[in-house]
Design a protein around this ligand. Structure first.
Ligand SMILES: *Cc1c(COP(=O)(O)O)cnc(C)c1O
Length: 339
């Protein structure tokens, strides 16, 4: 048996892409597949969403773009992060688009100038005169998920600053904006999290018509009873105050089940069970209400166990949890389905 199994449902991904396309109307859907498709597998994800009418792929680095270029010749691939001189040369050779937020603007490569309208991170404070190789103008919203008023101000600043430009693609929206701020949609929207069926708002994804794409399952590798006063795991963080059945699951922080997920709930035999004690590198303990056989399946994410709930328990975001799930073959089995 594998320690755990990560299932990527491309059917759910395609339905999320269709949902976004219907929300976006005439604006193009650009799929953000950085960080290996938020931990879902960039090449699999890209193939599925391009089949659903996504018109570009976005990544953080030139290195992330190169394997995608080999798989998908002719598709627009935009590198969102900063580029070194060597990156620019590679981008030219691989026919990539580059987001540029510093002068001088590199030549001989398609450029999307990024204007800072309030994110206060990567971005030009002002747009230079239009060089010929600029094909796009972009900005990034700091609060699309939390403060739509501020986001609207950013969009307005962007529209004013770019009004005199023609024949360029304008794009500012991320998933949160694409879903809930209609005036952000412009010519294209760069959607990541929503494609994967996770909520940019930390809410159940079904609220926005989205379905989780990733499922993570393991099993009870050992079941034992702690007597009153006995503990499980490092530091004796959990001490049984009555005789308590616990199940040990062979997944830990090296698999991406973070240490601060103690207290979150996973599902065993259809029931929510609390993760107790310290999360180890390779194991967690869950509290059971009765003795169960070793081998009983455990759902860590999926079948109603929401990554958004784990994120809340760990005081982080679904983005961070999903990108850290370790799907390397030495840790987990990865299965791709199309259901
Ligand atoms: C990651 C990223 C996105 C996608 O954001 P989501 O919230 O995942 O949709 C869009 N634009 C830029 C510049 C990004 O870095």
């Amino acid at each position: 048996m594998h320690r755990s199994e990560i299932t990527i449902d491309l059917g759910a991904l395609r339905r999320n892409a269709r949902r976004l396309r219907s929300v976006l109307g005439r604006s193009q859907l650009w799929a953000v597949v950085k960080a290996d498709g938020y931990g879902h597998g960039a090449v699999d994800v890209a193939g599925a969403v391009l089949g659903e009418g996504a018109l570009a792929l976005c990544v953080a680095t030139v290195a992330e773009a190169l394997p995608l270029r080999r798989e998908f010749p002719g598709v627009r691939i935009l590198v969102l992060g900063p580029s070194t001189e060597r990156d620019v040369a590679q981008a030219r050779d691989a026919d990539l688009d580059l987001a540029v937020f510093d002068e001088p603007i590199p030549e001989g490569v398609r450029v999307h100038l990024k204007l800072d309208t309030g994110m206060g991170r990567w971005g030009l404070s002002e747009l230079p005169g239009p060089p010929v190789n600029v094909v796009g103008l972009m900005s990034h919203l700091a609060t699309a998920d939390s403060d739509p008023g501020f986001a609207r101000g950013q969009i307005q600043r962007f529209e004013e600053a770019t009004a005199r430009w023609s024949n360029v693609i304008r794009h500012v929206a991320n998933s949160a904006a694409a879903l809930r701020i209609p005036e952000s949609r412009l010519d294209a929207a760069r959607c990541g999290i929503a494609l994967y069926g996770m909520s940019p708002f930390g809410e159940p994804p079904a609220v926005d018509g989205l379905e989780p794409v990733l499922r993570w399952e393991s099993y009870l590798a050992q079941v034992r009873q702690l007597a009153t006063g006995e503990s499980t795991g490092y530091g004796r963080v959990f001490v049984a105050c009555e005789p308590t059945w616990i199940g040990l699951v062979p997944v830990g922080y090296a698999d991406g089940f973070r240490r601060d997920l103690t207290g979150t709930r996973v599902q065993v035999e259809g029931k929510a069970c609390r993760v107790v004690g310290a999360v180890s590198m390779d194991a967690i303990a869950v509290e059971l209400d009765r003795e169960l056989p070793a081998g009983t399946p455990v759902t860590l994410i999926g079948h109603g166990v929401l990554i958004e709930d784990h994120a809340r328990a760990a005081d982080t975001l679904n983005y961070e949890l999903s990108t850290r799930i370790n799907s390397s073959p030495t840790r987990a089995r990865r299965v791709v389905i199309d259901a």
